[in-house]
Design a protein around this ligand. Structure first.
Ligand code: ATP
Ligand code: MG
Length: 141
């Protein structure tokens, strides 16, 4: 099985009915929940987590949004987990998600390009790096 790292972003965690619906999507699609935690991300977590974006125009917006309230972080296992989760999330940009993929997580629950409901790792290397930030004691071997 492959591991992926998933985050429910603050605007989703704030609404119990929406976070419950996303958790149902996780379970219905055969993902196993290996680790989970709720956390308010600190500046150090965020700098490590979003380091690749630090020169982007949306970086400050992204960091302040992601520290605006608790997030829920998950390590999930499934066959082809990384690709499958990104398929379920849909496109990053809210317009594209709502317009061309309305049944995806971002199509349904994305509010803006920044508040796009969930995160999912884009490669095994990112998954390992991201897991080590939120679950430093977890050893994926
Ligand atoms: P994620 O890494 O969260 O799974 P992604 O891989 O689809 O999303 P990235 O390009 O890695 O997208 O961007 C990371 C995050 O930065 C996005 O999830 C979104 O919150 C924010 N972001 C990306 N592009 C934009 C943009 N054009 N305007 C505002 N925010 C953006
Ligand atoms: Mg990404």
């Amino acid at each position: 099985l492959e591991l992926t790292f998933v985050v429910l972003k603050p605007h989703v965690v704030k609404v119990p009915s929406i976070s419950k619906e996303i958790k149902n999507i996780i379970i219905r699609n055969g993902f196993l929940v290996i680790r989970s935690k709720e956390k308010i991300l600190n500046p150090n977590d965020l700098q490590m987590f979003y380091g690749e974006h630090k020169n982007k125009f949306f970086y400050n917006r992204l960091i302040s949004f992601m520290s605006s309230g608790p997030i829920e972080a998950y390590v999930l296992a499934r066959e082809n987990a990384i690709h499958k989760w990104r398929e379920l999330m849909g496109p990053t940009r809210v317009f594209e998600a709502q317009f061309s993929a309305p049944d995806t997580i971002r199509g349904k629950f994305g509010l803006t390009d920044t508040r796009n409901a969930t995160h999912g790792s884009d490669s095994t290397e990112s998954a390992r790096r991201e897991m080590s930030i939120l679950f430093p004691d977890f050893d994926p071997i």
